[in-house]
Design a protein around this ligand. Structure first.
Ligand SMILES: C[S@@+](CC[C@H](N)C(=O)[O-])C[C@H]1O[C@@H](n2cnc3c(N)ncnc32)[C@H](O)[C@@H]1O
Length: 332
């Protein structure tokens, strides 16, 4: 008979064997026999022996770091996404901003170089004062934004409120100082010497080389101060203006205050003009009040001013690279 006699196979609990790690350098056939799994069919040793020899090992778990213990599994993917700690959208925004800035800077640089080339090719006379006849009607609109940006209104106010007595304003332009005059004399305290004095303007004379500019100042003054009558207007060079005599046969009197704002950049000989203004200012208590613009204390700014000066003077009638400190010291 070929039939095998029925064997009783006892129920066994299959032991949990440790996984062999891929990194293990020990070849499978060199693993000690006691650690090898016994074939199931070996009935001689039987499952009970297996239980004795192959002890189930605890599963090896790689040591966890402190952070990995607290973080959830999705944090690993998040870390990969933000490798530098900056979110990708912020990186993209920074990249686009950098590109826009560099493109605009290149555009400015190329335009600047082109303007410098044009400017250096121009031959411009030292006297550019005639430009204001053409630009008088648009002057206020042209300078409005830059004056606001530089807060020139408060600087004009700080200067003009010191005008007192018989006042002369030369190079008055379109009358941009008009809102800041204190018209009519009154008693007050001198803010520097702290003694009583008479403040405010007794009379005021506006002059400019450009008749168009004088006309605009006159129109503005009359609508602003219709009741103030001690005012006069002259179309004259600041280097030749003279105060009127107090009465017939009297010698010319002095002005108590002479005002000039943004004018030294426009006249052909600013040192000679200042000397002349000094000669018609009341010698004891008179003042010349100046608010001017010119060379910077920074060389890189002066480089730009010098490079573009001929084009600016030709267009706007202003030499913006003049050394105002040297001009005022030179005139004294
Ligand atoms: C830049 S604008 C300044 C106007 C005004 N003072 C202001 O602060 O807005 C220069 C003015 O100086 C005037 N000007 C130029 N050369 C002059 C001169 N030799 N005598 C008097 N005015 C002159 C021009 O006509 C122009 O109105």
């Amino acid at each position: 008979m070929n039939a095998h006699p029925l064997r009783r196979v006892p129920l066994v609990r299959w032991p949990i064997t440790p996984c062999r790690r891929a990194s293990s350098k020990v070849p499978r056939d060199q693993i000690p026999i006691s650690k090898k799994k016994q074939p199931l069919g070996n009935t001689q040793n039987g499952p009970s022996e297996l239980k004795r020899t192959v002890k189930p090992k605890r599963r090896e778990v790689p040591p966890k770091t402190q952070s990995s213990q607290t973080e959830d599994p999705s944090s690993e993917t998040k870390e990969k996404k933000s490798k530098h700690g900056i979110p990708p959208t912020a990186l993209a925004f920074m990249g686009i901003t950098a590109l826009a800035i560099s493109t605009y800077s290149s555009y400015l640089y190329v335009s600047y170089k082109r303007e410098v080339k044009k400017s250096q090719a121009l031959v411009v006379s030292n006297d550019v004062s005639d430009r204001y006849n053409k630009t008088a009607s648009t002057f206020d609109a042209d300078v409005e934004i830059s004056e606001k940006f530089m807060q020139l209104g408060s600087k004009r106010n700080d200067l003009i409120r010191h005008a007192r007595g018989n006042v002369l304003e030369v190079s008055c332009g379109t009358g941009r100082n008009l809102p800041y005059y204190l018209l009519g004399e009154r008693r007050g305290v001198n803010e520097f010497h702290h003694h009583l004095e008479v403040n405010g303007c007794r009379s005021i004379t506006f002059t400019d080389l450009s008749p168009q500019m004088v006309a605009i100042t006159k129109q503005k003054f009359e609508s602003m101060y219709p009741d103030f009558t001690r005012v006069s207007y002259q179309c004259v060079d600041a280097g030749t203006v003279t105060p009127p005599p107090a009465g017939p046969g009297d010698p010319p009197r002095y002005f108590d205050t002479i005002v000039q704002t943004m004018g030294l950049c426009s006249m052909p000989d600013p040192v000679a003009t200042l000397r002349h203004l000094g000669s018609i200012t009341e010698p004891k208590n008179g003042h010349i009040l100046l608010l001017e613009h010119g060379r910077s204390r920074w060389d890189w700014v002066n480089g730009i001013l010098d490079n573009l000066a001929p084009a600016h003077a030709d267009r706007h009638g202003c030499w913006w690279n003049r050394d105002i400190g040297a001009i005022t010291f030179g005139s004294s």
